[in-house]
Design a protein around this ligand. Structure first.
Ligand code: MEV
Length: 418
């Protein structure tokens, strides 16, 4: 049995030595770990070994609220950035994406059990509203100074003995997890002193008080395919596909996964929490009791109209954002957006991604574009050198078959014919 005892107490070098010993790492594997060592990364996580890189590319010219934005996207999936760029291209044929953000509050939940009288709790919270909000704000005074902080409290009764005191917080430019947790714990302490039984105090990632609405109108002509399908026909089919997503949860999950291809890649590159966004989006997709697609596409006259409303709580300060140089670089590439601008960008990337996927699905099918891009990964997988990759991918596209056997044989033939 390998001995990992006290691993977390070791220095990075000692941890690496222990890993080499326990896992019999090869010299090549050790060299990879050493090359990917990052001093900032070491400060970020426990038991740090190395930084696992994610390819990052640019989506240029995304039209959002009257500007063309450059968006860094981090993803391992070959077709994602290409598809988003294609979606942005079609969107540029119209006036681009327009967004509105109605509110930007994050919710903390102070969960109470064994409540003797829920009416008395409601009464207590309403008559002590100011004192409880003050306790929350005193726990993080700088937030209130900047015009943010705890803004409202509500009581939600779950059953006759269980209730939640919601703390609604404006975290300004931050995503707010830390500030909301701190403030919720401060409210929890007050409620404990008042005799209530607190089970836990924690933010909710279901950010329904931070909804962004993104809309786009695209002239149907911009959707026509090279293979000859007229734009009006493509638009009509996209609208039908959108309708199907409202009816079939199986189709909706896949479509929302596509939307998240763009959203997660952008959220990750921006140094925000992808899991929080993911969880909120899926919950919102089931907000009416049945899981549905998060976008809607309809045709009006000669325009394809797209719309999405998403719970998106992001930050431009805090967390890894001020610490990781690559994240700072990514913000600079986006011209250092405000938090609302970043939210609008992310929603617009989602719409562009979804548009591109639906257009491909209802016209050529997804495999045509995917396989062309995946040919590169396949070439590397079968051992092509970076010099051999272009010739092999071109040849695989001519053959039209994308599997390991064909790729291996084709590579052998290419090498033989040199
Ligand atoms: C693939 O990563 C994403 C798609 O499946 C999305 C969709 O089906 O809408 C193409």
């Amino acid at each position: 049995m390998a001995d990992w005892h006290g691993f977390y107490k070791l220095s990075w070098r000692e941890r690496l030595d222990k890993t080499i010993e326990n896992k019999q790492l090869t010299a090549e594997q050790v060299a990879l770990i050493e090359a990917q060592y990052d001093a900032v990364g070491e400060q970020q996580v426990e038991n740090y070994l190395y930084n696992f890189g994610v390819p990052t590319g640019l989506l240029p010219g995304l039209p959002v609220d009257g500007r063309l934005v450059t968006v860094p996207m981090s993803t391992e999936e070959p077709s994602v950035i290409a598809a988003a760029s294609n979606g942005a291209r079609m969107m540029r044929a119209g006036e681009g994406v327009k967004t509105t953000i109605q509110s930007r509050l994050l919710r903390g939940q102070v969960i109470l059990t064994d409540v003797a009288n829920v009416d008395a709790l409601q009464e207590y919270v309403s008559s002590n509203n100011q004192a409880l909000l003050q306790a929350a704000n005193d726990a993080h005074p700088s937030m209130a100074k900047r015009g943010g902080g705890a803004k409202a409290l509500t009581v939600e009764v779950l059953d006759e003995q269980t209730a939640i005191v919601n703390v609604l917080v404006d975290p300004k430019a931050a995503m707010g997890a830390n500030v909301v947790n701190t403030m919720s714990e401060a409210v929890a302490e007050k409620l404990t002193i008042a005799g209530y039984q607190v089970l836990m105090a924690i933010l909710s990632n279901y950010a329904t008080e931070a909804l962004v609405k993104a809309r786009v109108a695209i002239p149907v002509d911009a959707l026509a395919t090279k293979q000859g399908m007229p734009g009006a026909e493509v638009a009509r089919k996209i609208a039908v596909a959108s309708h199907v997503e409202q009816l079939s949860p199986y189709r909706a999950v896949t479509s929302n996964k596509g939307l998240l291809n763009g959203i997660e890649a952008t959220v990750l590159a921006s140094g925000n929490d992808t899991r929080a966004v993911n969880a909120a989006l899926h919950a919102y997709a089931a907000n009416n009791g049945q899981y549905h697609g998060l976008t809607s596409w309809t045709v009006q006259d000669d325009m394809l109209l797209g719309e999405t409303t998403l719970p998106l709580m992001l930050g431009v300060v805090g967390g890894s954002i001020g610490i990781v140089p690559a994240v700072k670089l990514n913000h600079a590439l986006m011209d250092n957006p405000t938090v609302n601008e970043l939210t609008s960008i992310v929603a617009a990337v989602g719409l562009a991604q979804n548009l591109s996927a639906l257009r491909a699905l209802v016209t050529t099918g997804i495999q045509a574009g995917h396989m062309a891009l995946q040919a590169k990964s396949l070439a590397l997988q079968v051992g092509a050198t970076t010099e051999e990759v272009p010739a092999l991918t071109a040849r695989l596209q001519q053959i039209g078959q994308f599997n390991e056997t064909v790729a291996r044989e084709t590579l052998a033939t290419l090498r033989h014919s040199k």
